[in-house]
Design a binder for this molecule. Structure first.
Ligand code: ACO
Length: 326
């Protein structure tokens, strides 16, 4: 077996802003009810960033926790990638702001924009640096303040989203080029721009000069989600050389409990191998996978050496999956 460099997850961290918004709180704002939200989505509450609390603040907190878990300091970080669709500013990249807030040294820092699939996309980009020896201590962060993109008069969307951040530290480790290696093992990334109208934000610097609000044809997105995600999971498993049945834990993007269940059913996977945080986090877009991972690592479900499969679908449409051994 030849020796290869792998990008290994050596630390995981998550951060949720303290303000909790329950379904009952939303009943006071729009014509909705706890029963509808719970039955159709599985969501019971979500967090909301306070005024003056930005995506970079959430990202920096999650990053600090991931660095501590990895036994690394901000001074070690040479690459920061933030997956976000809610940057603090149009520019500079939120990653650069996080770099400053962490006190990390001059290095590489930029954002990746693939909406809810952003974290999976960002991991694949980071892998290109770490597994080539171009970065020794990378932070890959998913961070969002989705509450800032909501139309608070649209009950079809405003009940679904939440704010938060999750981060992982990636470091190069020597592997044998086999599926027993620790690290990122295989990816499948997809995008289909013809489906843009199903899920988008109706503003931007070059078109309207405004931030815009999130618009979604939820039922149409739903129909694509289960099929697309299941295909990407199987393709990522194949790229990694593993069988879907060998996966210890599925760490999905948290959009809807019914999507999680539908994908598990299509793949023939038991739902008790699927990490779900949707009830308390709602859909935190690019943050949802690393947040779910940090929760499952924290509560001891996910352990070093286990085989994980992350998957997501979101605006673009974009979707993808990543197989890794922790
Ligand atoms: N409270 C009460 N009733 C509601 C609410 C609400 N919050 N929202 C919608 N309804 C009503 C609708 O008006 C509709 O009423 P009608 O039948 O009288 O017209 C009815 O409920 C059914 O609406 P649907 O949209 O068909 O409901 P559906 O079962 O599809 O559930 C949902 C909607 C939860 C949005 C679902 O379609 C979904 O999860 N879609 C996928 C979302 C997703 O995966 N997004 C991708 C990631 S997000 C990203 O990338 C940023």
């Amino acid at each position: 077996m030849s020796s290869v460099l792998r990008s290994a997850v050596t630390g995981v961290g998550g951060f949720l802003p303290p303000t909790v918004v329950t379904n009952a709180d939303l009943e006071k704002i729009v014509d909705t009810n706890d029963a509808w939200i719970t039955e159709r989505t599985g969501i019971r509450s979500r967090r909301r960033a306070d005024e003056g609390q930005f995506t970079s603040d959430l990202a920096a907190e999650a990053a600090k926790r991931a660095l501590a878990a990895a036994g690394r300091a901000a001074g070690d970080v040479d690459l920061i990638i933030v997956a976000t669709t809610t940057p603090d500013l149009t520019f500079p990249a939120t990653a650069v702001i996080v770099q400053r807030k962490l006190g990390a040294p001059v290095g590489i820092a930029f954002d990746v924009q693939a909406v809810c699939s952003g974290f999976v996309y960002a991991l694949s980009v980071a892998d290109g640096f770490v597994a080539r020896g171009l970065a020794k201590c990378a932070l890959v962060i998913g961070a969002e303040t989705m509450s800032r993109l909501m139309d608070w008069t649209d009950r079809g969307t405003c009940v679904l989203f939440g704010d938060g951040a999750g981060a992982v530290v990636l470091e190069p480790v020597a592997g044998q080029g086999t599926t027993a290696d620790r690290g990122l093992l295989g990816f499948a990334l997809r995008a289909d721009g013809t489906k843009q109208d199903l899920l988008y934000v109706d503003g931007g610097p070059s078109s309207t000069g405004t931030v815009g609000k999130l618009r979604m044809q939820g039922n149409h997105v739903f129909k694509h989600a289960v099929i697309n995600i299941a295909e990407a999971v199987e393709a990522a498993a194949e790229a990694a050389g593993i069988a879907v049945a060998d996966v210890d834990w599925f760490i999905p993007h948290q959009a809807n409990q019914r999507i999680l269940a539908g994908v598990a059913h299509r793949l023939g996977v038991s739902e008790d191998r699927v990490v779900s945080t949707i009830a308390d986090h709602a859909n935190t877009s690019a943050a949802s996978i690393p947040l779910a991972l940090s929760k499952a690592v924290e509560d001891g479900r996910v352990k070093p050496g286990q085989l994980l499969l992350m998957e997501a679908m979101g605006g673009g449409l974009t979707w993808g999956a990543c197989a890794l051994r922790l």
